[in-house]
Design a protein around this ligand. Structure first.
Ligand SMILES: C[S@@+](CC[C@H](N)C(=O)[O-])C[C@H]1O[C@@H](n2cnc3c(N)ncnc32)[C@H](O)[C@@H]1O
Length: 393
């Protein structure tokens, strides 16, 4: 059958599960208490209605209703709170997590060419900016070319935006590149970039770290298409350009992929288990005890993706309050609850994805083994004819 079991995660049953473990080797401090000092970076709250993300309803419905493959799920957004972002950053320093180093190598080798494509005055919007150490490589090349641009890092957690942007600005010493944060979701970012004051400017949308791979190719195509439509719709004058720079993983080597998400020090495991603590925070009570759960990773060869499950060690009744009687969702011991997927888009997936989103790749930089790529698509005008500067995006 298509799903193969990877090297099992090592679970340490101490209170550091999901918290600031003692084994970390990277530069990241994952203790949320030691939050970044108030920084002076410009962070704009673009959340719809400026409301906090509320996942309580989604947690219940995703556990109650199995997906088309008969799995209960938990919203993958639970992975991305402040602690989750710090743990993910720690993961990017793990040698087995090849995605980051592959992308860094490509960005270092081609940052000048990529920067040369960015017009002065551009809004550079990064979707799911995370820790910014890769972005810095591109921004420094733009700075070196003396182009005034506005870089906007979009992500879900304000404290992390302050920390990561603060580090970027301090280390980068930018004169031409102005750095800002956008606190919100992708949808909020799309509404923001369509504002008339932004729509008339050159715009470049950046997505690194194979973030698009959290969705299957058809959904990633729909996502790209909606961004392409937004960018095209906003440019009434046709005088501005719109571009994208996308980092995508296509590795099909099951062993290598599994090793990336099953590191021996358990960083990935703490990252995934943190979703349960975050679920408690959204529910407003301690329903999940991360010590009662394990993490399993599998390579799904048929769908070219790595999947991560949270698995209870014993039968668990997950209780949700209700007006009359509380509702219990019974999850069996060893039942896999899907929390995240990492699709590895091969050549065919990418070709279909770009075709379905009406994007044509006009530049691509591939890692030596061809598995990781930084792609530079631009919009087709009509019937496979596409402009050279994405004016018809
Ligand atoms: C796989 S990480 C990549 C981080 C970084 N770009 C990198 O390359 O290391 C995905 C990022 O997307 C952010 N993210 C996930 N879903 C999001 C959403 N709906 N809206 C905004 N950001 C989101 C996460 O918080 C996280 O920073």
């Amino acid at each position: 059958m298509p799903v193969e079991l990877c090297v099992p995660n090592r679970l340490t049953l101490d209170s550091s599960a999901g918290g600031g473990g003692t084994e970390k080797t990277s530069q990241v401090d994952v203790s949320v208490e030691a939050s970044a000092e108030e920084s002076h970076v410009d962070i704009i709250d673009i959340r719809a209605g400026q409301q906090p993300l509320d996942l309580a309803t989604a947690i219940r419905s995703s556990l109650e209703n199995r997906n088309e493959h008969d799995h209960r799920t938990l919203p993958s957004l639970l992975l991305w709170n402040e602690k989750g972002l710090k743990l993910f950053e720690e993961l990017t320093y793990v040698p087995e997590y090849y995605l980051t180093n592959s992308e860094i190598a490509l960005l270092k080798a081609h940052n000048r060419e990529l920067a040369a494509q960015i017009e002065p005055g551009t809004i550079l919007l990064e979707l799911g900016s995370g820790n910014l150490r890769k972005t810095r490589i591109l921004l420094e090349a733009i700075e070196a070319q003396g182009k005034r641009v506005d870089y906007y890092a979009l992500d879900l957690d304000r404290a992390e935006l302050e920390r990561t942007l603060g580090q970027l600005v301090e280390a980068g010493r930018f004169e031409y590149v102005r750095c800002h944060g956008l606190h919100g979701t992708y949808e909020d970012g799309q509404a923001w970039i369509a504002h008339p004051e932004n729509a008339g400017r050159h715009r470049c949308v950046l997505s690194l770290g194979s973030t698009l791979g959290s969705s299957p190719p058809n959904e990633a195509a729909a996502f790209l298409r909606s961004w392409a439509d937004t960018l095209r719709a906003g440019d009434d004058s046709g005088s501005s350009t719109s571009r994208m720079i996308l980092g995508l993983d296509g590795c099909q080597d099951a062993e290598r992929v599994c090793a990336a998400y099953n590191d021996p020090d358990g960083v990935n495991e703490r990252f995934i288990l943190n979703a349960l603590d975050n679920a408690n925070a959204h529910l407003g009570y301690q329903e999940f005890d991360a010590r009662d759960w394990t993490v399993e990773g599998h390579w799904d060869a048929e769908r070219r993706r790595h999947v991560q499950y949270l698995v209870p060690r014993m039968n668990a009744d997950i209780i949700f309050p209700h007006e009359t009687d509380p509702v219990a969702v019974a999850v069996q011991a060893d039942e896999r609850v899907l929390v995240g997927s990492s699709y590895k888009f091969d050549d065919g997936d990418r070709a279909r994805m770009f075709r379905e989103s009406w994007l044509a790749v006009v530049g691509e930089y591939l890692s030596p083994d061809g598995s990781y790529g930084v792609f530079y698509p631009q919009g087709e005008t009509a019937h496979s004819e596409y402009s050279t500067d994405m004016q018809g995006y």
